[in-house]
Every structure is written in structure tokens, then in C-alpha cells.
Design a protein. Structure first.
Length: 153
């Protein structure tokens, strides 16, 4: 499918959709799919799943499940945090999830940690919600890091 962008350039994308789908149908499906893509971005970058450390399949699977559990824990905590919106200002604010994830990790590792303190601490780290923000796409190829650094010399 080929379509024109807002900056008047054309973009061509490959799709496995049937020919009966129109360009408008493809755009609607893409927008529905966007929430899933942003969740995967959180999983990859916020939780550090870009580079897995397990040398065997079982350890890699364990690392993925541990990170998914931590992600779910941080998500549930963030849903209960009250974000104070400024009375004057251009943007509304939301929780900085990457910082919340780090604080939740510290909370889990600290014996007798205070949950209320955790929620107050998370509320301190916010980022503005900027609707319709468009960044340039980063189309660089990213390689896979080798495990050679683990081999004893």
C-alpha cells in the first residue's frame, strides 16, 4: 500500500492484508494495533528486554516471565497513584513509567518497605502528555550483541 504523509512525502508499506481491504481500513487497523506496539516498546526498553541474558532457553524464559511479572506489578501500582495536575500549564501529566518500574524494583528488594511511601515517590516523577506528537522514525538496523564477552580468556 502506498499513501501520502502529512509532509507530502509518500510511504510504501508491505502488508499481508487481503486486497479487499482499503487504505482507510488499513489505517483503522493500524491505529487499533498501536496500543499493542507501545506496550511492546515498554516491555523491550523499560524492562530491559532488548538484550536477554539467559544462556539457555529455560533461563531466557525465566527472565522474560520475571520481567512480565515486574511490568504487571508496576502497572497495577501506577493505576492507583494519584497524579496532581497543574492548575496552570499547557499539558496534562502522567506517571513516568520507567522511573516507576525502577522504584517498584527497589520496593520489592527492600524488606519491610512502605507501600504508601512507594506511591508518593512514584507520584513525584511525571511526564507531560503531548498529543499528536510526531518524531522522525529511526530506521537503523540494530544488531544482536554476542555472548563472546562471557567467555573466559
Amino acid at each position: 500500500m502506498r499513501f501520502q504523509l502529512d509532509n507530502r512525502e509518500y510511504e510504501t508499506v508491505a502488508t499481508s492484508l487481503l486486497r479487499s481491504f482499503t487504505l482507510e481500513d488499513a489505517k483503522a487497523l493500524y491505529h487499533l494495533h498501536w496500543e499493542i506496539e507501545t506496550s511492546f516498546q515498554d516491555l523491550k526498553y523499560t524492562l530491559g528486554l532488548v538484550n536477554l541474558h539467559g544462556r539457555s532457553g529455560a533461563f531466557t524464559e525465566q527472565e522474560i516471565y520475571a520481567n512480565l511479572t515486574a511490568f504487571n506489578f508496576a502497572s497495577r501500582i501506577c493505576r492507583n497513584v494519584v497524579v496532581r495536575q497543574p492548575k496552570e500549564g499547557v499539558y496534562a501529566y502522567k506517571i513516568n513509567f520507567k522511573m516507576a518500574r525502577a522504584l517498584c524494583r527497589k520496593f520489592i528488594r527492600t524488606p519491610k518497605a512502605d507501600g504508601e511511601k512507594l506511591m508518593r515517590e512514584i507520584a513525584r516523577y511525571t511526564v507531560p502528555i503531548r498529543p499528536e506528537r510526531a518524531d522522525q522514525r529511526d530506521l537503523r538496523v540494530k544488531g544482536f550483541p554476542s555472548f563472546v564477552y562471557r567467555v573466559a580468556a
